[in-house]
Design a protein around this ligand. Structure first.
Ligand code: 2BA
Length: 149
């Protein structure tokens, strides 16, 4: 069933579309790049959240930035994968939302990002909102409304 139905986009909280933190692949600040690349390749995702040791959200790391870091002038400098840590190359400027934000906030955010990390009021990681979840929900609503007419 659609969670939108006759409700406005601003009345629906992101909580209803959230992927909970325990189902989200992540890496930690002090992990070597080798571990992060392994998580990314094995999970199949192009980017995943980065958490600190207390599970607070810090940023995002993706395959492209790792491969760029180890790319030398003529070949890949594979030893860098064990020498460098996630915290040295990750992106710390990614937007976040909370469960209480609305579907409209989520829709605005996923225009420029494939997923948005959710945090609680103390900064602890609280799951993600994906572009797929938002688009699926909006698509269901379009179908429901087109059958009503
Ligand atoms: P990408 O990894 O670039 O994935 C782009 C889209 O490809 C995903 O969109 C999904 O539709 C599909 N996809 C990729 N890998 C998949 C897999 N292992 N299983 C099922 N479908 C897969 P979204 O679902 O909208 O996800 C957007 C982004 O959110 C992903 O981008 C990834 O960076 C992140 N993501 C999604 N679920 C995640 C999870 N459980 N753990 C960590 N990151 C996740």
């Amino acid at each position: 069933m659609s969670v939108i139905q006759d409700r406005k986009l601003v009345e629906i909280s992101i909580d209803e579309l959230r992927i909970p933190s325990e189902k989200v692949a992540h890496v930690q600040l002090n992990n070597p790049l080798e571990h992060a690349l392994l998580v990314l390749v094995k999970s199949g995702y192009s980017a995943v959240p980065v958490l600190d040791a207390s599970y607070k959200f810090v940023g995002v790391i993706g395959k492209t930035v790792i491969l760029n870091q180890i790319l030398g002038l003529e070949n890949f400098e594979i030893e860098k994968l064990s020498e460098m840590k996630v915290k040295e190359v990750m992106d710390r400027n990614t937007p976040t939302l909370t469960r209480e934000n609305t579907l409209l906030d989520g829709l605005n955010a996923v225009i420029d990002h494939t997923f948005i990390c959710l945090i609680d009021d103390e900064g602890f990681f609280d799951g993600i909102l994906t572009r797929r979840a938002i688009l699926k929900e909006i698509k269901k609503n379009i179908y429901i409304n087109s059958y009503k007419k």
